[in-house]
Design a protein around this ligand. Structure first.
Ligand SMILES: *Cc1c(COP(=O)(O)O)cnc(C)c1O
Length: 349
């Protein structure tokens, strides 16, 4: 898709929108006597509105990711970016979106709240990407196509050439959710953005960066798409506390923690298949394992009784019998293994 085709995908009311101009839009300096925003002049630490453009944060993200600031959107979790993409591109009650299934539940929830029909296309039996079926599900009103790689809850990453083929052939926006990319051997597709105006890549500080409580999600895309998302967002969507804490946290690298989690993942990948109740541990490129067991409900209940909470995905399409288990600290994973061992012993007697 060419850049000049993007505008035709945008909802007409959004294309013609004049965004709210904040007091901080009109004067952007840091020094002065601020009598423009009806804030309190008393320094509580938080009496000033935050930067609606999050410039300092974007500078830091730009340096870390090698993506120009104009191609970066920061949101209240990835969920905000997902919702904004519907609001920017999809006409309620008319347009539709496409997503792989099983995948992250938020794509369908955001579609439903925006009154957009979601067309779910099943992954292959081995969780492979159904490229032709995804394209076959599209019509002239298909505006968004959601992919998640590495995928939640299956844990596998898709072949970059398949994702790029979809970006080349789909006549709308391909949204690639890379929430788990830091745990994957498959590289991020961020370097492809400059050549792919209809590709939006989502990342988050909630997983590898360990900042889920701060609520900071990122979208990377063509500057035109970033401008549209920024126009539609709440002006101060990232609060001052999150901005401040995130900037501090981003000074460190999460590499050592990611490395440790990958070692623990490898250990569980080896340990779990030894249990008779474990039928299959799916290969993972993420910080969790999808584990198929004889009786998912029974094992889930047993783990819960031992104070270990995992995600029961056994009623999700394609995931019959499966639990999704996040890789924890070594001691936590040891407890998991002990609990499964005790469960298995109780079955034999
Ligand atoms: C956890 C997760 C996210 C992160 O969501 P945030 O709102 O940024 O915390 C995004 N996508 C997928 C597929 C996830 O599993």
């Amino acid at each position: 898709m060419e850049r000049n085709e993007l505008a035709s995908l945008v909802r007409p009311n959004i294309r013609n929108l004049t965004p709210y101009s904040t007091a901080r839009d009109e004067y952007r300096g840091a020094l002065g006597i601020f009598l423009d925003a009806n804030e309190s002049p008393y320094d509580t630490g938080w009496n000033r509105y935050p930067d609606p453009h999050q410039q300092a944060l974007k500078q830091r993200i730009s340096a870390i990711k090698g993506v120009p600031e104009a191609s970066i959107f920061a949101g209240n979790g990835s969920d905000e970016a997902i919702d904004l993409l519907f609001r920017v591109f999809c006409i309620p009650g008319r347009d539709n979106a496409i997503a792989i299934t099983p995948s992250y539940g938020m794509y369908s929830v955001a579609a439903a709240t925006n009154d957009i029909a979601m067309r779910e296309v099943p992954l292959g039996a081995d969780f492979s990407l159904p490229v032709e079926a995804l394209l076959g599900a599209a019509d002239a009103d298909s505006k968004l196509l959601f992919l998640c790689s590495p995928n939640n809850p299956t844990g596998n990453a898709f072949r970059p050439e398949d994702i790029l083929a979809l970006a080349a052939r789909f006549r709308g926006i391909v949204v690639l959710d890379e929430a788990y990319i830091d745990f994957s051997r498959v590289p991020s597709l961020l370097p492809e953005l400059a050549r792919r105006p209809n590709l939006v890549i989502l990342q988050t500080l909630s997983k590898a960066w360990g900042l889920a409580g701060l609520r900071l999600g990122l979208a990377f895309a063509d500057p035109y798409i970033i401008r549209l998302m920024s126009m539609v967002k709440y002006p101060y969507n990232i609060n001052a506390a999150t901005l401040k804490l995130a900037l501090t946290a981003l000074e460190d690298s999460p590499a050592a923690r990611v490395e440790a989690l990958l070692e623990e993942r490898a250990r569980l990948e080896k340990t779990l298949p030894a249990f008779a109740c474990v039928r299959k541990v799916w290969p993972s490129e993420a910080n969790f394992l999808l584990v198929e067991v004889d009786d998912a409900d029974a094992l889930y209940a047993r783990l819960l009784a031992d104070g270990i909470i995992v995600r029961n995905r056994s009623r999700v399409r394609g995931c019959a019998g499966c639990l999704r288990i996040t890789v924890g600290l070594k001691e936590e994973n040891d407890r998991l293994v002990q609990s499964i061992a005790a469960y298995e012993k109780s079955l034999v007697h």
